[in-house]
Structure formats: structure tokens, C-alpha cells
Write a protein that binds this ligand. Structure first.
Ligand SMILES: CC(=O)N[C@H]1[C@@H](OP(=O)(O)OP(=O)(O)OC[C@H]2O[C@@H](n3ccc(=O)[nH]c3=O)[C@H](O)[C@@H]2O)O[C@H](CO)[C@@H](O)[C@@H]1O
Length: 339
């Protein structure tokens, strides 16, 4: 029986899907991917040789829509669900793994209504997304790194972040990270503090997101600072390896990758994330003395300088035990053992 991996929309969901696909592929199994034509799904998985097949269905988010827009989105999900029934039938699908996001809705609901088909959910965040809240009641298992009762606690971080890890005992390079789409507020903060960092002899690495890339690059030029600026990189683990400290959004995948990399981080959670989940993601670590948090509105050069003075060598060492490298292996092993 085949396995379907479904979900996406943004990098955080897609990175987990990618880790699962890689693990199945290492075991000689080719999963089917079901995502959406909207969002970043196609960029990640169209023509992916590790997959038996990839389907991109016409679906959009429902949660942020109102009135007629909501009805239209729900209707699109129902139509796509029908397509999923055909796919399940044709490929004899027995397991569906949802990584959440609007792309996951059709295949997740279809799995609930398909006799003998098991549903597994990976919830990335500390607060459950709307779709997972509804569908988790029907799931055979929900995996979450923020839930102490989860059968697998380690987040499915790619091995490259562990391979590129190191204990930081000096402060020579800083990295600014905005998540898969970049973060305007972090970009502005980096530019504001760049001169001070430059005067301290600190090298700057900066991921801007595509919409802000040209502006930020131009501003560094005006400041006369030679920073390593890019919109998005496929080699983030290597960039993290070069850095001794990070200032980052608190999207779940980035957060656990920074832990895997043992990179001390000041998290600046996206203030408009659903139910403030980026703040609670970071809070989970802060309560264990594993990071710093600053609300976007309180962000200042003085605050950054304060945290840079702290014992980040010890923090880097503590991060080694915060996550183990076999998260994805354990999840796939668990699912296969139940089928
Ligand atoms: C605004 C918002 O609601 N964002 C959500 C979205 O974030 P977002 O899509 O930003 O997700 P994350 O920060 O969790 O992950 C981003 C992923 O993109 C990768 N990457 C990023 C930059 C780069 O240059 N190269 C690269 O490969 C990172 O390695 C990481 O794996 O999904 C996450 C997981 O559900 C949530 O926790 C976030 O709250």
C-alpha cells in the first residue's frame, strides 16, 4: 500500500514534508505528494525523482477568508477531495501523513472517509493549526515536538543542520533570518544595527526574503558594509555554520534547525502568527534557558548588545541536548511499524 505525504503552502510545512520524503526514499519507498497549485509547493516538489507522483490541486486557505471567499475555498477543497479519492483508489493508498497548511485539507479529509486508510499528522507548532484541530480526532497519531506526550519528540530536522553544528566559543559573525518569506522588521533591525556590528568587526550574513532583497542590498551598499545578503538559499545549514549568533523569526522548522546547529539565537516572533504561535514556540525554549526572545516592538540595539554579552558558549553547549538527529527516522519507523 502507498503512502501519501500532503501539505505545504510555506517553507515551514514543506521542509517537514521534504524530510519525510527523504527518509522514505532512503528506505527504498517512493511516496506520493499531494499539495496545492498555490503557495510554494510546486517549487519544492514538481519533478522530484524521490516521488512516485506529485499532484498539485487547486486549493487556497479558508481560515483568513470571509463570506463568499470562504465558501469558494471550501468548495475548491470539496472538489479536490474528489480528486484525492481517485488518487487513493488508483494507487492503493493506505497511509496519509499530513504536515498541515491549506494544501493538506483535501487529502486529509479524504483519508478520514476512506475505509482502511490511516491518517498521521505532524504538527510543527506549539499551538495546533485550525485544520489539525479538526482532523486530529481522526488521526492514528499526532507528532509534535512541543507536546510532552508525543510518541516522537524530536523535530524532523534534516541531518545537514546536525552535520554543520558546532559549539560557539567566540562572536565573530551574526546571521539574520526571516523565515521562508523573509521578515521586513528583522531586515530593518539588521540595517539599523549594521554600523555598530561593523565597528565591532562582526561579519553580517542576512537572509532577506525575495520581496525585500534589492532594497536591503542597496542599503548595505549605502552604509559601505560588505554583508553576505541573499533572498533565499538552499544551503542554510552552511550559512548557520558560519555564524556565531542568530537573530531570527520563530517559525518551527527554523527554530529546531537552529537548535540542531547549536547556534545561540535571539528570537523575534512574527506578531501576527495565528494564536501568537511563534511566541509560544520560542517560549518553550526560553523556559529551558535555550534562547532569548524579544517582541518586535521592543527590539533595540541595546537589547541585542545585552544578550551578546551573556554566556553564549554555555548556551551553545546546552543546545546540543535540546534535539536529537533521528526525529524523522523515528516518525517513519513508527508509522511503518503500524501498517
Ligand atoms: C508567518 C507564519 O505564519 N509563518 C509560519 C511558517 O513559517 P516559515 O514558512 O517561515 O517556516 P519556518 O521558519 O518554520 O521554516 C522555514 C524553512 O525554510 C528554510 N529556509 C529558509 C530560508 C532560506 O534561505 N532557506 C531555507 O531553506 C529553513 O531551513 C526552514 O526549514 O510555517 C512555520 C511552520 O509551520 C510556522 O511556525 C510559522 O509561524
Amino acid at each position: 500500500m502507498r503512502v501519501v505525504i500532503t501539505g505545504g503552502g510555506t517553507g515551514g510545512h514543506l521542509k517537514v514534508a521534504d524530510s519525510l520524503i527523504e527518509e522514505y526514499s532512503n528506505r527504498g519507498i517512493k511516496p506520493i505528494f499531494i499539495g496545492s497549485v498555490n503557495g510554494q509547493d510546486k517549487q519544492w516538489f514538481e519533478n522530484d525523482k524521490r516521488l512516485k507522483k506529485a499532484f498539485f490541486l487547486d486549493t487556497k486557505g479558508v481560515v483568513n477568508k470571509k463570506g463568499f471567499g470562504k465558501i469558494k475555498s471550501l468548495f475548491a477543497i470539496l472538489k479536490a477531495m474528489n480528486k484525492c479519492f481517485d488518487i487513493f483508489d488508483k494507487y492503493d493508498v493506505g497511509t496519509v501523513i499530513s504536515v498541515g497548511g491549506f494544501s493538506a485539507a483535501p487529502a486529509t479529509f479524504a483519508s478520514i472517509f476512506t475505509f482502511g486508510c490511516k491518517l498521521y499528522i505532524h504538527e510543527q507548532n506549539s499551538v495546533m493549526g485550525r485544520l489539525n484541530q479538526i482532523t486530529s480526532k481522526f488521526a492514528s497519531e499526532v507528532f509534535s515536538s512541543f507536546d510532552p506526550n508525543s510518541v516522537v519528540k524530536d523535530y524532523p530536522v534534516s541531518s545537514e543542520f546536525f552535520d554543520n553544528a558546532r559549539i560557539r566559543d567566540q562572536f565573530r559573525t551574526i546571521i539574520f533570518l526571516g523565515g521562508s518569506q523573509g521578515a521586513h522588521a528583522i531586515n530593518n533591525f539588521a540595517l539599523k544595527t549594521a554600523s555598530k556590528l561593523n565597528s565591532m568587526g562582526i561579519k553580517i550574513i542576512h537572509q532577506t526574503g525575495s520581496s525585500d532583497f534589492e532594497r536591503v542590498q542597496e542599503e548595505y551598499k549605502k552604509l559601505g558594509i560588505q554583508a553576505d545578503v541573499f533572498a533565499f538559499t538552499k544551503e542554510l545549514s552552511k550559512k548557520m555554520n558560519e555564524a556565531d549568533f542568530a537573530v531570527s523569526r520563530a517559525g518551527a522548522s527554523t527554530l529546531w534547525e537552529l537548535c540542531a546547529n547549536s547556534l545561540p539565537t535571539l528570537f523575534v516572533p512574527y506578531p501576527y502568527a495565528a494564536k501568537d504561535h511563534q511566541y509560544t514556540n520560542a517560549k518553550f525554549l526560553e523556559e529551558k534557558d535555550l534562547c532569548y526572545i524579544c517582541r518586535e516592538n521592543d527590539l533595540s540595539e541595546d537589547f541585542l548588545m545585552e544578550v551578546l554579552k551573556k554566556d553564549n558558549f554555555k548556551l551553545s553547549k546546552r543546545l546540543v541536548d535540546s534535539i536529537h538527529c533521528n526525529g524523522v527516522e523515528s516518525i517513519v519507523h513508527y508509522i511503518l511499524s503500524k501498517s
